[in-house]
Structures are given as structure tokens and as C-alpha cells.
Design a protein around this ligand. Structure first.
Ligand code: HEC
Ligand code: HEC
Length: 295
């Protein structure tokens, strides 16, 4: 806060406290009774209201709240830039609690530091922690059952864009991934898209139009094989999906596949290391690995 606003706040607070004090004092004076005993307000024809001061003890409670506020403002922040005699701050308290929690966490998981990711994936306590992390940081995109959704890969079907080794999965999670599939509308034209789509369906073993697929084959080799491989096996160093297994990140209907080829997709997995730190990335990686052990 700049000096001006600090003094502005201090003035407001002090004036408020003094005004509250004055108001209580003013209402507690005995009320002159000469003119009338009541406030002269009349309800329901004959209900009148006396004008008596509040009971003493009740008023004193109000004075106490003011005393409390003054003590509070001396000890804690509240008066502009004055930080209070105790030096307490929200950030300070938060920092202290985070440090405490981190220390407890590090202690609890220290014994896992020696384990490989595969070993970690068989430790129930590590998996419980990994599951919690997954639910908080991943489920929104990959689904609470890790089966993904259109645009978000299934993490338990064994079909990996970027590779399924423990190292590759950890790298996907820690550093994030950006998959770029270019759009082909301008290059292929409507008929070209239809033909290449039929060829892609043929690669994945789906029902397709054989004539159109044959027409699409040379185009596939020309435009697609550099990334997806000559036989559609994919390429994990580019994140280029395998087109052979009938498992689709962006949906498996003929229309959805044609749309990906026509318009392309840029798909981003945000890096988790800056958010989670090394230890938690290991735990959540172990959890993802464990999903693939069971299946
Ligand atoms: C904002 C959404 C989002 C969040 C949050 C997110 N992911 Fe992802 N993740 C994606 C997308 C999108 C991709 C696909 C990237 C691509 O197409 O190349 C992906 C890819 C992956 C991959 C690689 C999949 C493969 O087939 O190679 C793994 C592993 C993964 N995520 C795990 C996680 C874990 C674990 C978390 C939580 C710590 C997480 N993700 C959080 C969106 C997200
Ligand atoms: C520059 C490399 C590159 C080229 C060239 C390329 N692709 Fe892709 N393609 C990718 C990547 C990377 C993805 C994964 C996108 C993502 O991360 O979501 C992808 C995804 C796809 C998908 C969706 C897969 C799924 O699981 O949903 C289809 C279908 C596809 N490509 C077909 C084609 C066809 C057909 C061609 C040629 C006309 C082609 N691609 C050319 C890189 C490429």
C-alpha cells in the first residue's frame, strides 16, 4: 500500500473506533423525561414504546468489543501498513504450514526415495498418495477412472502417444507434452480427406470402403507416414498416435476421424513438475503405472 492509502485506512479505522465509542456513550445517557415517557411511536393503535437506555452490562459488552479491537489492532495487522507488534501475517502463517506439511510429507515418503518407479507402483501406501494426487490434479482432464475423454488420452488402455515405459510416462507428466497434428483440408481437398479417412479406417482394422481406401493409400504414404509410420504404427517421439489399434484420443467415429484429418489438432498436456515437485511426480507416475499393471 502506498503511504497515502495507508494513512487513509488508518484514519478511517481510528475515526470509526472513536465514533463507535461516542455513539455508545451518547445512547447511554439518561433520557430527559419532561416531555414524554415514550418515543411517541404507536403501533396497532395502542402499543407504545418507552425510550430507556440499554442495561449497563449490555453497554459494557459494546465497550469491551472496542477494547478488543484496539488490542487487536496493536498486535495484528489492520492499521494500514502497520504490521502489528506480533509480526503475524497470512502469508507467514501459510508459509509455515506449508513447510510443516512438506516436512511431514518428506519424512513419510523418504523410504520410497530409493525405489524405482516399478517398485513404487507395488507399494500400497505410495499408491494411496498417488491416487489422491491423481484425483486432485489429473482427474478433471483424464477422468476419475483414468479412461480419458474425447481429446484427453485414456491412461489405462496400453495405447501411449508418447511411450509407455515408466520413464516416458514420467516425462509426459513432469514436463508435459504438446501433440501437433496438422490439418490437411487445404492439401487434400474434400475427396482426398474422404479417401485418406477410409485408408485410416482400414489401417485400424475397421469396416471401410475398399476402393476409397486404395485411392487414399498413396496420399497416406506421401503426407502422413513421416509421422504416423508407413504402416500406421505411430511415433512416440512426436506423440503421433498409432492408427492401427482402433483406439482414438479424439473419438473413433468416421466423422470424428475425418474431422481430425481435415482440421488437425493441437493438444496440450500441462507440465506437472512445477506444480507437484519431483517426489509427487514419482508418486502419481507410480499410480498411473499401477493402473496398467492391473489391466
Ligand atoms: C488440462 C488437462 C490435463 C491435466 C490437468 C492433465 N493432463 Fe495429462 N494430458 C492431457 C492431454 C490433452 C494429453 C494429450 C497430449 C497429447 O495429445 O500429446 C495428456 C497426456 C498425458 C500423458 C501421456 C499419454 C500418452 O498417451 O502418452 C500422461 C501419462 C498424462 N497425461 C498423465 C497425466 C497425469 C498423471 C496428470 C496429473 C498429474 C495429468 N496428466 C494432468 C491433459 C491433461
Ligand atoms: C507432423 C506430424 C504429423 C503428420 C504429418 C500427420 N499427423 Fe496425424 N497426428 C499427429 C500427432 C502428433 C497426433 C496426435 C495429436 C494429439 O496429440 O492429440 C496425430 C493424430 C492423428 C489422428 C487422431 C488419432 C486419435 O487417436 O484420435 C488421426 C486420425 C491422424 N493423426 C491421421 C493423420 C493422417 C491421415 C495424416 C496424413 C494426412 C496425418 N495424421 C499426418 C502428427 C501428424
Amino acid at each position: 500500500m502506498s503511504g497515502f492509502w495507508s494513512w487513509f485506512v488508518i484514519t478511517l479505522v481510528v475515526v470509526n473506533v472513536l465514533a463507535a465509542w461516542w455513539l455508545i456513550w451518547w445512547t447511554s445517557r439518561p433520557i430527559p423525561r419532561e416531555e414524554s415517557e415514550t418515543t411517541q411511536h404507536i403501533w396497532d393503535e395502542d402499543l407504545e414504546e418507552y425510550n430507556n437506555p440499554l442495561p449497563r452490562w449490555f453497554l459494557n459488552l459494546f465497550y469491551l468489543t472496542i477494547v478488543f479491537s484496539v488490542i487487536y489492532l496493536v498486535l495484528y495487522p489492520g492499521l494500514g501498513n502497520f504490521s502489528g507488534l506480533l509480526g503475524w501475517s497470512q502469508q507467514g502463517q501459510y508459509q509455515a504450514e506449508v513447510e510443516q506439511a512438506e516436512a511431514r510429507f518428506a519424512e513419510r515418503f523418504a523410504r520410497f526415495a530409493e525405489l524405482s518407479l516399478e517398485e513404487l507402483a507395488r507399494e500400497p501406501e505410495a499408491l494411496a498418495a498417488g491416487h489422491n494426487l491423481y484425483m486432485n490434479h489429473c482427474a478433471a482432464c483424464h477422468g476419475s477412472d483414468a479412461r480419458g475423454a474425447v481429446g484427453f488420452p485414456n491412461l489405462r488402455d496400453g495405447d501411449w502417444l508418447w511411450g509407455g515405459s515408466p520413464r516416458a510416462i514420467r516425462a509426459s507428466i513432469a514436463r508435459g507434452r504438446t501433440g501437433v497434428m496438422p490439418g490437411w483440408e487445404a492439401v487434400l481437398g474434400d475427396q482426398g480427406i474422404v479417401e485418406v479417412t477410409e485408408f485410416t479406417l482400414a489401417l485400424s482394422g475397421r469396416e471401410h470402403d475398399a476402393e476409397l481406401a486404395t485411392a487414399g493409400a498413396p496420399r497416406y504414404q506421401q503426407f502422413c507416414s513421416a509421422c504416423h509410420g508407413e504402416s500406421g504404427q505411430g511415433n512416440t517421439s512426436l506423440g503421433a498416435a498409432s492408427l492401427r489399434n482402433d483406439r482414438w484420443v479424439h473419438g473413433g467415429s468416421r466423422e470424428q476421424i475425418a474431422d481430425v484429418i481435415r482440421r488437425g489438432r493441437t493438444n496440450i498436456m500441462p507440465a506437472q513438475l512445477p506444480i507437484l515437485g519431483e517426489q509427487r511426480v514419482d508418486l502419481v507416475t507410480a499410480y498411473v503405472l499401477s493402473l496398467n499393471l492391473e489391466d
